[in-house]
Ligand binder design. Sequence first.
Ligand SMILES: NC(=O)c1ccc[n+]([C@@H]2O[C@H](COP(=O)([O-])OP(=O)(O)OC[C@H]3O[C@@H](n4cnc5c(N)ncnc54)[C@H](OP(=O)(O)O)[C@@H]3O)[C@@H](O)[C@H]2O)c1
Length: 215
Amino acid sequence: MNIAIIGAGNVGGALGRSWAKAGHSIFFGVRDPGGTMTKAPFAVGSAGTACLVPDAVRQAEVIVLATPYEAVPDVIRTMGDVHGKIIIDCTNPLFLNAEGSLSLSVGSSTSGAEEIERLVKGARVAKAFNTYGFENFVDSSYPGYGDAKPVMLYCSDDDEAKEVVEQLATDLGFEPVDTGGLGMARSLEPLALLWIRLAMRRGRNPNFTWAMLKR
Ligand SMILES: NC(=O)c1ccc[n+]([C@@H]2O[C@H](COP(=O)([O-])OP(=O)(O)OC[C@H]3O[C@@H](n4cnc5c(N)ncnc54)[C@H](OP(=O)(O)O)[C@@H]3O)[C@@H](O)[C@H]2O)c1
């Protein structure tokens, strides 16, 4: 696939590097193509091409949002025509509340992903790759659990978007789990907050994921 990843930070860099290894073509959509590649993590320069956001979007059928949630409206304004394209939202609408506690700025009756869908006219939105720290996108292996793999919980209203997420999650070593329509982002975004809080309790240790045991 030709994938435009908007943002080449922790998440964008990790996803880009891993998907490039799986054979995909990566176009990082960034604000400063020259500067970004020198400060970005994971040597993303060897994973893909850095270009301005509209140039990355033009070359890709799949667009991955990996910027801070607050930056997304700005990003969408610069993307250009996204009609028919698949947009995978990895962002989490995190903010520090008045008590100084990490919270979500939207939720319960909507979600970041649904707000994004309202802004991207004609694109097909999926929520995925938001519930773990980026370290798990670099290495998803957890030996010692038999056939059980870490799950990648995702949602979308669009069947083709779901197929794309399934493929990209599988490429990273996850078991993709379809949780339903895009409204399920109202559950997946709080799940990210839970993951972050657990990681903090473990001394900022990001080396754990969700798995699904079935019978
Ligand atoms: N960190 C995690 O482990 C993790 C895991 C899952 C999901 N998430 C979510 O994923 C998103 C990215 O997190 P991150 O940790 O990768 O953040 P990060 O390392 O700070 O990277 C953010 C990237 O977004 C770019 N950016 C910011 N504003 C932009 C704009 N207006 N236009 C274009 N690019 C812009 C930054 O570019 P510049 O270099 O130009 O500033 C940077 O490359 C967040 O929404 C976060 O909640 C994070």
